[in-house]
Design a binder for this molecule. Sequence first.
Ligand SMILES: C=CCn1c(=O)c2[nH]c(Cc3ccc(NC(C)=O)cc3)nc2n(CCCC)c1=O
Length: 603
Amino acid sequence: MTAVTIPGLEHAPTNHARLLAWVQEVAELTCPDEVVWADGSQGEWDRLTQKLVDAGTFKPLKKKQNSFWAASDPSDVARVEERTYICSVREEDAGATNNWMDPSEMKAIMTELYRGCMRGRTMYVIPFCMGPLDAEKPMLGVEITDSEYVVVSMHIMTRMGTKALAVFGDDADFVPALHSLGAPLEPGQQDVQWPCNDTKYISHFPETREIWSFGSGYGGNALLGKKCYSLRIASVMARDEGWLAEHMLILKLTSPENKAYYIAAAFPSACGKTNLAMLEPTIPGWKVETLGDDIAWMRFGEDGRLYAVNPENGFFGVAPGTDYHTNPNAMRTIAKGNSLFTNVALTDDGDVWWEGMGEPPAHLTSWKHQDWTPDSEELSSHPNSRYCTPIEQCDIKAPEWDDPKGVPISAIFFGGRRATTIPLVTESRDWQHGTYMGATLSSETTAAAVGKTGVVRRDPMAMLPFIGYNAGDYFQHWVDLGKRADADKLPKIFYVNWFRRGEDKRFLWPGFGENSRVLKWAIERLEGKAAAVETPIGYVPTADDLDLEGLDASHEDIEAALEFNADEWRAEIPLVEEWFAKIGEKVPTTLRDQLEALKQRLG
Ligand SMILES: C=CCn1c(=O)c2[nH]c(Cc3ccc(NC(C)=O)cc3)nc2n(CCCC)c1=O
């Protein structure tokens, strides 16, 4: 096959043979009008954001400098879990929680979808690095995409372009991540504001560490460094290499005595994970700084402790529910500009607005490009609408946020949204018990997600959509870490629930900044300074064990929030048995033993 001459292919800014061959192969398959190597420069940002403005995809925001509003096609508004596949060579390696297809079958299907799909468009080659560029082992990837929206989003979310390519040298390993909107343009055809395709595939090939995505331009489907690389592929790397790639925030908590602790925490959606990552403590003298709000890579240091790094360079946060009361630090970060907003509402004076931001203006342009007023039936912003903003400009970013060594994790928190049963906070008995807590993590569905509300779903380690392999093997990986010689150096595991309700359906715990009281208690437990009651489900504080100074809540409510109710827990047992049965025979015996032991303790 003669090497077709596609403009931009000839002067590649690298001698990396495998990369050049892959780029050539993809260009010949997808037939773009030209190939552009993304360099990550300000000039590139200006050019591409202008191109998106001209296409009607972006609107510049007058009230936020260097920031843009975008609205997607209503059919392309969130991750498409039913179109997300783990194409492991063996079906059982995908397990019961993933969609599977034979890798060669998937590649045959998708190759035909990619054929000619970039006609009339530009093919961008984005070298990127997840985590700091000066890491001992930089985690490299290359995303090929025909979406300018993806390129400018990657400017914020990753270290990318020339500075990343410099780390590739001539033969570094990298994760090839191929993406197309699947919307070829015939000559003279007018482009739409949000090109995409009704046929969507988000496919992962774990043995070869490859990602192929087709048909969606949105979030985790298209920004392939995030969920696809940093969780699904990275979780497979972590199992093979003995580390952890987890769906966790990382925060730094400093006590009034100026002692710093680092905490990682996993929550399903609608639990306020980003709000916790950027917490404003209500108790005097305590300070929270943030390292990340979504993903933590944790590796063992010389001292046997787990050191966490945030692989991302930006926040891609859910906008609705974010305001100066729930998350002032997120609001201050986006107020500085340099941010992208997708599927939120646009104000008449060129600012953004979403539900949860207090009183709505008299008129807005909704995410569906329609006139919106406060008495509109519809929401002004989509529940999964997002802000995309650089961590660099977050006032409370920890100094260590981009330290390649990472930070030593003292505590891991798992949390879910449960109206009953789960106390405000429970300390695990040990690592294996903590792993059981994570593996059986449950949370109630909310209006934000589709379907009924209040349905209890299992979401192990809040990783259910992101485990790149058999969930039973994933649990085993956690269990095996607890068998290390220096297992005493592992973080202490806690389980929290901010959302317990009283008989009258009122929330029993005020949450938000008051959660700092729970973090304080956990730290004091690590230091051996706080008391707790040993219950069948773990160590639970009494109201007197918490620092409730100045808290505006009744003693009864706090006691009710902390209550261990044996009957409610007996009712949990069959739900956990059903969950383990769904995962299958690879559920570690250690976890089955934990369930048996819990049953015995409940009597
Ligand atoms: C660090 C904060 C974590 N957090 C919480 O701790 C939290 N708690 C609640 C429940 C709640 C809601 C309203 C009140 N209002 C008053 C006045 O008490 C109290 C609790 N909602 C919460 N939310 C919002 C969840 C949707 C994303 C939340 O993010």
